[in-house]
Write a protein that binds this ligand. Structure first.
Ligand code: UP5
Ligand code: MG
Length: 190
């Protein structure tokens, strides 16, 4: 993987900030492959893998799964993907994730797309989502917010200090957020 020249964009933002929604738009317009770390972990639970129960328990508690598990899933998806441009959504969520990915893959992100949104708005969106996610209940949502502030914001700060963060006001309607996203991705038009 490290021999191949790949473009990776990390898509970060709090729970319900709209990462998945906007990634779907970016895929359509800019030919990236979307890899949601959360989706890969949920697929791993469904597949009945030996780590499934551990992952399921961590997600229910809003905790971050050990990075070796997530990195292995991301690496496999990147190799299977057949593309050289990837949006990695919802990862890295803590310093361990970040350092682990860098060490294992030797890949540095092109930039970090960061969706900024109030907790009030994110809570409203998650409680309205109704897709049966085990972590979309008020108790787990509060835990996810806490983990985001304590563990994931430091990752954003790490990249911000290196001039890599592209911040978007994600509290607006989907179409408006995507207009702002386009401004950042236009150099990546195919
Ligand atoms: N919606 C979206 N945009 C909107 C807008 N502009 N205006 C109004 N509504 C909007 O959107 C959420 C909902 O809001 C949807 O109903 C949407 O229609 C609406 P979505 O695009 O799904 O937001 P997203 O940011 O993707 O929210 P998600 O809940 O997926 O974020 P999380 O970061 O919480 O979830 P993720 O799947 O990444 O992780 C889940 C758990 O997995 C973590 O808590 C953790 O336990 C585990 N995990 C790890 O351990 N390690 C990892 O690396 C990744 C995950
Ligand atoms: Mg998501």
């Amino acid at each position: 993987l490290s021999d191949k020249k790949v473009t990776v964009v990390f898509v970060l933002g709090g729970p319900g900030s709209g990462k998945g929604t906007q990634c779907a738009n970016i895929v359509e317009y800019y030919g990236f492959t979307h890899l949601s770390a959360g989706d890969l972990l949920r697929a791993e639970i469904k597949s009945g893998s030996e780590n499934g129960t551990m992952i399921e328990n961590m997600i229910k508690e809003g905790k971050i799964v050990p990075s070796e598990v997530t990195i292995k899933l991301l690496q496999k998806a990147m190799l299977d993907g057949g593309n050289d441009r990837f949006l990695i959504d919802g990862f890295p969520r803590n310093e361990e994730n970040r350092a682990g990915f860098e060490n294992v893959t030797k890949i540095e992100p092109e930039f970090v797309l960061f969706f900024e949104c109030s907790e009030e708005e994110m809570e409203r969106r998650l409680l309205n989502r109704n897709q049966g996610r085990a972590d979309d209940n008020i108790e787990t949502i509060r835990k996810r917010f806490k983990v985001f502030v304590e563990s994931s914001i430091p990752v954003v700060e790490h990249y911000d200090a290196r001039g890599k963060v592209r911040k978007i006001d994600a509290g607006r309607p989907v179409e408006e957020v995507f207009e702002a996203v386009k401004g950042i991705f236009s150099p990546y038009s195919e």
